[in-house]
Design a protein around this ligand. Structure first.
Ligand code: FAD
Length: 436
């Protein structure tokens, strides 16, 4: 079986959906996703999305992003992100996103690493609010088809003569394997938390696009830049770790050692707070430290953090009158497929957006609530770049396309998954050594 489309987008998180929505109705978009469309890390985002509140905040917002990133950020990408933030927020409101308001004005919260409140939010489920509205809008578009339970196993490309991507090979729920031929391919596959035992990410987000990029010699960047979130709810159960958003600390929660004494500044960037917690856990010989919400009024806990409250209660802790145990866990991936400011990879007709890609915005460490924004800013830029050229582009001739891959190479899907995991973990170790 062969399926044809103009643009194939792999992933239905905020990046993939925002990109899809920026094409006109005469461009056929096919989106594939490993799971149901609403099972992406974008749906899990709690804290919010940054926005430049006024022009006077540009310098401080820029500096906060750079400081968090250890000044390894790409300054052009940071400027683009900050300068496009209001446009993205307006577009989201146009798609029906209901950000918290203070009367007629947008309300802002604060998280670690930010010198002032500049984060738009919707309770503590901002990602669900944004991504569900994007998905609902995408489902209404006649030109967008969303195919669920379908995993990309590879890209179809010619690394040598044309250095060009012509589509992807996928497996559906029943493990039927087929190819999707496209003029352009956009990788929006998220991070790699599923490879780690303790991660806040969905288990199926396993960095597949990264392994595929390595396999085809596509340029990669800083694959060892992996962010650990300081505060996830400690649990002895296996599976995804539940995040206690940084905005809880932004609103006044404090970290305590086993004697219930404060031991660090809770609003420093994530990597610094994580290091402090780990040091304290070792000193205390405990598998967690405590987080106290005693400084946050009960009404605010109930209205701003209902999802966190519910999850803590279901695990047997009531944060309104007791401390909760927290521990650092893998959370975000700053490195990825190297792209330029239009999200183009080193291979022609192949784009990468969102957490899969690395345009250098986050440097060595992401500032809280910059990732949903970054995903959408650069997803729109990818769509704009593709739109410029798409009328001149043709699908590769069917016979030539079929000669570029061999369907029988993909029969053993479990082995492919194992190989991909191995490629990524080995490359992370190699890159770590290069950075030493
Ligand atoms: C718990 C949590 C809280 C967060 N809170 C915030 C926050 O408050 N603010 C903020 O800015 N960011 C936050 N983030 C980070 C942010 O949510 C993500 O970085 C961002 O949403 C990434 O979006 P994405 O579209 O790139 O990837 P995702 O939303 O992860 O989507 C990836 C998509 O790719 C698909 N996919 C993956 N591999 C394949 C494959 N081989 N074949 C087919 N499909 C595939 C998946 O099924 C999924 O649809 C949080 C993340 C987590 C986990």
């Amino acid at each position: 079986m062969l399926k044809d489309t103009d643009v194939v987008i792999v992933g239905t998180g905020a990046a993939g959906l925002f990109c899809a929505l920026h094409f006109p109705e005469n461009v056929k978009i096919t989106m594939v996703t490993k799971e149901v469309a609403d099972k992406s890390d974008s749906f899990l985002a709690q804290g919010g999305m940054c926005m430049l509140r006024s022009d006077d905040d540009f310098d401080e917002y820029f500096e906060d992003t750079m400081r968090a990133g250890h000044y390894e950020n790409n300054t052009e990408s940071v400027e683009i992100m900050i300068n496009t933030s209001r446009k993205v927020a307006e577009e989201l409101i146009g798609y029906g996103v209901d950000f918290e308001m203070n009367g007629d004005e947008l309300a802002f919260t604060r998280e670690g690493g930010h010198s002032k409140p500049r984060i738009l939010f919707h309770k503590d489920i901002t990602g669900r609010e944004i991504t569900s509205k994007l998905l609902a809008n995408a489902k209404k578009r006649k030109n967008i088809e969303i195919i669920e339970y379908t995993s990309m196993l590879d890209i179809v490309c010619d690394e040598n003569s044309t250095n060009k991507c012509y589509g992807i090979v996928v497996a559906d729920k029943e493990n039927n394997i087929y190819a999707i031929r496209a003029k352009y391919t956009v990788l929006a596959c998220g991070g790699l938390g599923g490879l780690y035992k303790h991660s806040t990410n969905f288990r199926h987000i396993t960095g597949d696009a990264l392994a595929i990029a390595y396999k085809h010699n596509i340029h990669m960047k800083n694959i060892d830049y992996i962010q650990i979130h300081p505060t996830t709810l400690y649990s002895e159960k296996s599976g995804r770790r539940f995040l206690i958003s940084e905005s809880v600390r932004g609103e006044g929660a404090i970290l305590l050692n086993k004697d219930k004494e404060r031991f660090c500044d809770e609003l420093l960037p994530r990597d610094v707070v994580t290091a402090e917690i780990r040091k304290q856990m070792e000193k205390d010989d405990m598998p967690y430290v405590w987080l106290s919400m005693e400084n946050i009024p009960e009404e605010e806990i109930r209205s701003h953090f209902p999802n966190i409250l519910e999850q803590c209660l279901s695990e047997g802790y009531n944060p309104i009158d007791e401390c909760i145990p927290v521990v650092p866990a893998q959370h975000y991936f700053m490195g990825g497929i190297d792209v330029n400011s239009d999200s183009m990879t080193s291979m022609n007709n192949l784009y990468a957006i969102g957490e899969t890609s690395c345009n250098g915005v986050h440097g060595k460490n992401r500032l809280a609530s910059n990732s949903l924004l970054e995903s959408m800013v650069f997803a729109e830029r990818a769509a704009d770049a593709i739109k410029k050229d798409i009328t001149d582009e043709e699908l590769l001739d069917e016979e030539l396309f079929e000669n570029k891959y061999n369907i029988s190479d993909y029969n053993d899907i479990d082995k492919i998954k194992e190989d991909y995991k191995k490629i990524i973990l080995e490359e992370i170790e190699k890159e770590k050594k290069r950075h030493e």
